[in-house]
Each structure stands twice: as C-alpha cells, then as structure tokens.
Write a protein that binds this ligand. Structure first.
Ligand code: SAH
Length: 224
C-alpha cells in the first residue's frame, strides 16, 4: 500500500471513530479523491516534507499550522459542495485547504491576515496550476464583501464567537464551518446553516485550532 493509500485509510478510520459526534461515518468519495490529488508536500516547509502524508498537523511558519488531513477532509465534507459552489475561506495559511476545496467547487476566495503567508500561498497555488482560487490579504473576520454571498464559508482558525459579517455573507441554504472556543482551551467545530427563517447551529466535534488573530487594517494590505 502506498503512503497516500495509507493516509486515506487513516482518514476513513477517523471518520468512523468520530461518527457518533459528526453524524458522518463516511466522507464523500469526491472529498477523498481531492485529498489524493492535492500534493500536501508542496504546501509544507522543506524540513516537514517527509511527514507531509502523515495524518497530523504540521508547522507552516509564522507560528501557524496546516491542519491534520482528517480535519481538512471533514471540514470540506461538511460544506456539502457542488461543482457550482462559491466558497469563502478565512485563514489561507499554506493554501492547502483552499486547494482541496478548489477541486470540488467552482470558485474559492481565501483571506489571510499575515501578508507574507498570503503572498506565498498565492504564488504556490499559481505554480501548481489552480486557476479558481483568489487569495487576499486582509482581516477575514470581516469576510470578503465583494464576493458575497457565498454557498459555503470555512474558517480555519478558532474564533470566540461567530463573526457577524460571515453569517451576513452566507447565502440562504449556505453552510458555515467554524471552530469556536477561547484560545488554547476547549474548542468545538460547528456548522451554521442559514435558512430563510433563521440560523441553525450544529456542534460537530472537539478540535484544536490556532486562534483567529485581530487584524489591524480593514482594507486589503499591500504585501507586494
Ligand atoms: N487553512 C490553512 C491553515 C490555516 S492556519 C492551510 O490549509 O494551510 C490558520 C490561518 O489563519 C493562519 O494562516 C493565520 O494567519 C490565519 N488567520 C488568523 N487570523 C486571521 C484573520 N483574522 N483573518 C484571516 N486569516 C487569519
């Protein structure tokens, strides 16, 4: 069995183990094939490359981490994407999660607060040939109004509460996947679904994410 096959087996195993909490014992085949297609080794620093196909988080510099592949797969699955979906990601980091979503959706707009990470991710995604991902350097707690409304919004850093701008920028029927909790304490992954009659909240799984940082500027930062 290849290391990639092994990774998929571990993701499928984690999905079964967590099924009582997530309600999803299996993940969509399209999500697993996106995990197979996106070369995670290209998204981590050279010194971590040997571990790129292990089912664990890895450092990506600037005190940030790329999530464990199972969590990337689960969060992608929870978005219930179609080939027509327009998705907003908050926390581009390496661009890995954006690339996985880009395999399944029509368009991904990703916002990263650290300009250096945004620039690197933008260049990496262009080099790897992803043409349906835009990366912006800004405070993602404000969402990205020019692209709104979105079918799906995914936040890959933990907030203490849901930023109101994100719910406002979600389409009716759209899904917001977000880890919530105080920094470095208990956090849980939630899915918010927007209905014409209101917002439905569902708690999914206990998780551990880096905190969402307070950005200093409300407009796109120049990082060139
Ligand atoms: N999704 C990324 C990993 C994200 S780590 C990947 O696949 O590699 C969390 C990221 O959120 C970090 O890059 C961090 O800089 C970013 N972040 C933190 N606060 C933010 C904010 N307010 N707006 C946008 N990005 C933010």
């Amino acid at each position: 069995m290849s290391i990639l096959d092994q990774l998929i087996v571990e993701i499928e195993f984690d999905a079964r183990v967590c099924a009582a909490q997530t309600g999803r014992a299996t993940l969509a085949p399209a999500v697993l094939s996106a995990i197979r297609r996106v070369p995670r080794g290209e998204f981590v620093p050279r010194e971590a490359r040997a571990h790129a196909l292990e089912n664990r988080p890895l450092p990506i510099g600037h005190a940030q981490t790329i999530s464990q592949p199972f969590i990337v797969a689960l969060m992608t699955d929870l978005l219930d994407l179609t080939p027509h979906s327009k998705v907003l990601e908050i926390g581009t980091g390496s661009g890995y999660q954006a690339a996985v979503i880009a395999c399944l959706a029509q368009q991904v707009i990703s916002v990263e607060v650290i300009p250096g990470l945004a620039t690197e991710a933008r260049q990496r995604l262009a080099r790897l040939g992803y043409t349906n991902i835009e990366v912006h350097s800004a405070d993602g707690r404000l969402g990205w109004p020019p692209g709104a409304p979105y079918d799906g919004i995914i936040v890959t850093a933990a907030a203490e509460e849901v930023p109101a701008a994100l719910l406002a920028q979600l389409k009716i029927g759209g899904r917001l996947v977000i880890p919530l909790g105080a920094p470095h304490s208990a956090q849980s992954l939630y899915v918010y679904t927007k209905h014409a009659t209101g917002i439905h909240q569902e708690k999914i799984l206990d998780v551990l994410f880096v905190p969402l940082i307070e950005g200093f500027q409300h407009h796109e930062l120049t990082d060139q």
